[in-house]
Design a protein around this ligand. Structure first.
Ligand code: ADP
Ligand code: MG
Ligand code: ZN
Length: 609
């Protein structure tokens, strides 16, 4: 639109210039212009020496050598004109009359150009309009094309399997895929069917995208990369046409890999949407299914996809012939974490005494992305301290930063608030310390961090995959301990404990409805969680139990929480002097490390497993 206005403006200026030019051209001949009557009287009084006829102009030279110009009607011969005015032949005898063709320039300027210019301008205008429409048009044509990008095979950012630490099984599986692409004959000769689709599953940050890029780097075939959300536009039908275009491109450049990242954006279970536009998503998904079926045995194209929500995927995507290979990326265990740290430490100068093993030990539950982020934070912290080499303190500090968000030292607590926070965190820590099945306390702080006013950091001493009911109830007790300590000391609670309470309640509910850990309700789950597509969260829970059971569940949750609270309260009551000591230390130092804490409370006794 802006363009159009600009063009119109330019036309206007050009037009003005041209017309100015012409008016100055035609006005440039400086002769006396006189009327026809004057000429007649001059002829009658024998003053005229010669008349030159040039088009519609009569150039008159008088006997005193002055010149003048007279205009006459176009197409009227001079003799007729003179006759009309009653000028007779003899008066003209002494006058030299000459008829000239119009001069070239004059002819063009006066006759041709006035006709041509409007045409030119109109033609120009139409040309511009067309060009603009064409521009818009070609964009509209691009709309249905997939926006898949091709990873460059040689570029600087080439990723190989070496850059992916851990994830052994996943790498094995994918190496096979690379083999399929490189030596299809080896497999087809044995009658093996080349896998169509490989689905990478894993929580966010476990390296799905990274692994896919590594496959691209290793296979040395074109790698078309698109994100699931890029299929879906505001306009109906675009998604499906993009899918068609993507697969067409892939078939043209076979052997090749298509990678659809975050496929859950289009691959959700069909028929689960709220509004109307889920139709579009479904069409897109259908088109993917159709295209994947459309490959024949010899097409050497493999479709990879990644998601962290396999539970919401449409079952049709997962059946044999489509994404039948599923590669699961687990949260890294301690050895993997060390390996990932090593990969990311390659380009960073680390002090000699840095133990990445120790960092790995302290980062249970971190994903690959968290670990990469940790090393980056450590490097930033080191730079900020004007040091040249990353050392252990920076690494350890970065663990907490990644886990809990940055410290907010600027938030000043009043002495009273500080005291309340100290008792709250002290309560969490002391209860965690005296319960046998909880993770040991690593750090306590009353400095605000992220959204928390203070925090107590517990870290598991080893990776855990299974947990039992005792561990869960003890965890609930620890969560409640903060508020209970406040109550024990001040007789009143503050607003600082809402998230503790919410987490405790959620945990208690899951124990009963998901884990079958309730005595009276038995071994079953309650509630079918159904995803509501547009609201994004599991807000809709289908009840598969009666009203009476619902009451029972509520009662069980309450009793679980009561029990845990009782346990926590007992500990706080019995170890009041320990709590006071911890609070005293917190008021002075604000942050207690593991050894400082244990100097006060003693070594933690851990239940024998
Ligand atoms: P997602 O699974 O969410 O797609 P990404 O593949 O995008 O995760 O991983 C994010 C970042 O985390 C990567 O760029 C990489 O730096 C790091 N990362 C994750 N897993 C690994 C791993 N196994 N080895 C090395 N780096 C990893
Ligand atoms: Mg990803
Ligand atoms: Zn708390």
């Amino acid at each position: 639109m802006k363009n159009l206005f600009r063009n119109i403006f330019i036309f206007f200026v050009v037009f003005l210039l041209v017309s100015l030019l012409f008016s100055s051209l035609s006005g440039s001949k400086k002769s006396n212009a006189v009327g026809i009557e004057k000429l007649i009287s001059q002829i009658n009084s024998q003053e005229v020496q010669s008349i030159v006829v040039e088009g519609n102009e009569l150039k008159i030279t008088l006997k005193d050598n002055s010149t003048e110009v007279v205009k006459k009607e176009a197409g009227q011969p001079l003799s007729e004109l003179l006759n009309n005015f009653g000028v007779t032949g003899e008066k003209l005898n002494n006058i030299k009359i000459e008829v000239k063709d119009e001069s070239g320039v004059n002819f063009w300027v006066n006759t041709v150009l006035p006709f041509v210019i409007p045409f030119l301008i109109i033609a120009f205008f139409i040309y511009f309009m067309l060009r603009q429409v064409q521009g818009a048009n070609s964009k509209a044509m691009m709309f249905g094309q997939s926006q898949a990008r091709e990873f460059s095979k040689e570029g600087k950012e080439k990723v190989s399997f070496k850059d992916v630490a851990g994830a052994k099984e996943a790498k094995e599986e994918l190496k096979e895929v690379v083999d399929f692409l490189k030596f299809p004959k080896k497999f087809t000769d044995l009658g093996a069917r080349i896998p169509r689709g490989v689905l990478l599953l894993g929580s966010p940050g476990t390296g799905k995208t990274l692994l896919a890029r590594a496959v691209a780097g290793e296979a040395n075939v074109p790698f078309l990369n698109i994100s699931g959300s890029e299929f879906v536009e505001m306009f109906v039908g675009v998604g499906a046409s993009r899918v068609r275009d993507l697969f067409k491109r892939a078939k043209k450049s076979a052997p090749c890999i298509i990678f659809i990242d975050e496929i859950d954006a289009v691959g959700r279970r069909r028929g689960a949407g709220l509004g109307g536009s889920h139709d579009e998503r479904e069409q897109t998904l259908n088109q993917i299914l159709v295209e994947m079926d459309g490959f024949d045995q010899t097409t050497n194209v493999i479709v990879m996809a990644a998601t962290n929500r396999p539970d919401v995927l449409d079952p049709a995507l997962l059946r044999p012939g489509r994404f039948d290979r599923q590669v699961v990326l687990d949260e890294p265990d301690i050895a993997d974490r060390e390996a990932i740290l090593k990969v990311h430490a390659r380009k960073k100068p680390l002090a000699k005494d840095v133990s990445l093993r120790l960092v790995a030990e302290r980062t249970a539950g971190f994903s690959g992305a968290d670990l990469a982020n940790l090393l980056n934070e450590a490097a930033i912290l080191t730079a900020r301290r004007n040091k040249k080499i990353i050392d252990m303190p920076e690494l350890l500090e970065s663990i907490e930063k990644v886990m809990l968000g940055p410290e907010r030292k600027s938030r000043v607590l009043s002495e009273k608030e500080k005291k309340i926070t100290a008792y709250h965190e002290g309560g969490h820590a002391v209860v965690a310390h005296f319960l046998p099945n909880t993770d040991p306390v690593h750090k306590i702080s009353i400095i605000a961090r992220g959204r928390a006013g203070g925090y107590t950091l517990k870290l598991p001493s080893e990776d855990k995959h299974l947990r039992n009911k005792t561990e869960f109830t003890e965890e609930i007790a620890v969560l409640l301990a903060g508020q209970l300590a406040e109550k024990e000391i001040f007789g009143e609670v503050t607003t600082g404990a809402t998230s503790d309470l919410r987490r405790a309640t959620q945990l208690a509910r899951r124990l009963i409805t998901d884990f079958g850990m309730s005595k009276s309700l038995g071994l079953r789950t309650f509630g079918e969680k159904e995803e509501m597509v547009f609201l994004g969260k599991e807000i809709h829970e289908q009840r598969d139990y009666s009203e009476k059971t619902a009451e029972q569940i509520d009662a069980e949750i309450s009793s679980l929480i009561d029990q845990a609270a009782h346990q926590a309260q007992g500990i706080i009551h019995n170890h009041r002097e320990v709590l006071e000591k911890v609070v005293g230390a917190l008021m002075i130092k604000e942050t207690l490390e593991k050894d400082e804490f244990e100097a006060i409370v003693g070594q933690k006794e851990i239940a024998k497993g």
